[in-house]
Write a protein of this length. Sequence first.
Length: 655
Amino acid sequence: MKDRIGVFICECGPNIKDAMDIPQLVHFAGHLEAVVLAEPVGLMCAPNDRKKVADTIRRHHLTHVVFASCSPREHEQTFRGVLESAGCNPFMMQAVNLREQCAWVIHDRDQATRKARRMIGAGVQRVRHHAPLTPREIDCRPDVLVIGAGVAGISAARTLSQNGRRVVMVERSACIGGMAALYEDLYPDFNCAACLIEPDLDDVLHDERIEILTTSEVLSVRGTPGNFTATVKQAAPHVDPLRCIGCAACIEACPVTVPNEFNAGMDSRQAIYIPYPGSLPHVAVIDKQNCLQFTDARCGACKEACPFDAVDYAAVPAVRNLAVGAVVVATGFQGFDPGRSTRYGYGTVDGVISAFAFERLVNTTGPTGGKIVTASGQAPDTVAFVHCVGSRTEAFNRFCSGVCCLSAFKQARQVRKQLPETAIHHFFADLCLPGKTAQRFFDGVCAMAGVTLHRLVHPGAIRISAENGRAIVRGTDASGAVQQVDAQLVVLATAMEAPAGTPQTGRILDLGLDDDGFFKEAHPVVDPVAAVREGFYLAGCCQGPKDIPASISQGQAAAGRIMQKLIPGGKITLNPIVARVDPDLCSGCRTCEALCPYDALARDENEACMTIEEALCRGCGICAAVCPGGAISVCHYSADAVYAEIAGLLKPDEK
């Protein structure tokens, strides 16, 4: 059967219609070789017009179709659906982008029309080389890997663990809950963080469909959406979690004392320890870097003291391969280290602490039992809060973390509740008060007696020094005047940054990072949950700073996307646009294998040529470009099709 090509030129409302001569384009397209039909369409993406086009394709027995309209990124799938509804193979079409590449960038009507003629001619030339493609369906695994057990990861896991689906959570630390589990109060209503979060932690620990691997890390994730294999390494369990009941007998016997990182170094812990009161799982952990058993092998105090024989120095790490269909990345954030700048006096001026340290200071399970005191044990008479520490600066982080202001005002209310006579000062350049409750919360803080606000000319216009045993905070306001406060306690509202290991995690998972070091989403506006690698989803602060409700919402959104695609007992459809190897031309040189970013190529030793795993191939074309023998081609992007399109663009414009 001879080619019967149809060309449909979308007017796109005024977008294309007003920018070029549509009747001239229709006349031009109708006289191209093998074109049997050319006509304008009012709005190709509208349901009524799609139905009319499908009827036209069917009535005229068209074998190939060119849609001259908008970006294929926006509506190529829509146009393929039109062909399917007309009973045609959806890949027997070519989308020509007249809107973005012509109408929106060329303001001369005649010039835009001339360029559009060439583009349509090129599309017609190329579509003649298209061949029918049939997508292949394969079985999928409904189980999911969640990396990170903070509130975002837990939210995703709890949503996913239903309808025959299992979830494996991998957490680097020894307990779950993330940073939120270490807080006392949450704004705006001062709800108890533990009261809100711990029931969810307990549910996750006792859900038979959720497996939690603490002190673990992901080594690799290979495969394709629906069929991934994740390799996970779990540290040696020197304390058996099935035997340990958290009685602390081992801790009392340990002779080693080190700074306690869970309390920001404000107190100490032993070399065997429970991370913090109420941590889950409530199991002791051995710090091998400081444990004498692992440094000089002379101490066995904890093993001797344990009444349940839970301590095992000979335990070894375990490596597991997990079969999953999707991955949720919820690796959280870390606070900016204020010691990176001398202007804040962090680590050199007594009384200067981070916002996280204050959270532990005011926590009833913290180093002071919840009492707000200085290092000397005195209640401070003056507390200063410094905003935007490490944020909104070219030196460190250009972005605003978005939650620091409200966190600082929450802490101010905590000070006022406990110390009604203490003076409170806030140093800030601008305020970030998002959401429907933030302004009212801020107004309530401003209404408290003894609260003074100091507005700086920019976030870095501040310096903290020590004088007479107190911290002196000096900030320059917009008029150039210096605002000075003599404080006993200074709380630094630090930026939320991506964890230090994010670049390495990105390389392991093959995920891109944005300019600020967070994991990059598929699209910041229309697809903020999906990662750039298909089958991977982002949840919580690994994608950017956000508060607890937003993190929980994103975890649930990621779970929803996965549940939509991975149905237990269902199948997934593979993209048929993949590479092909011509065994008669392939020499098996393996040049393509080394450059394939998806590990889709391997050498068939029996045939001495390369083979392609279609489930892994993404049709990127790198292998076809580097093959020295021209043995590899990509379906739908054959050399003949591409050369024909180029020839069509270069063909002289003839009216």
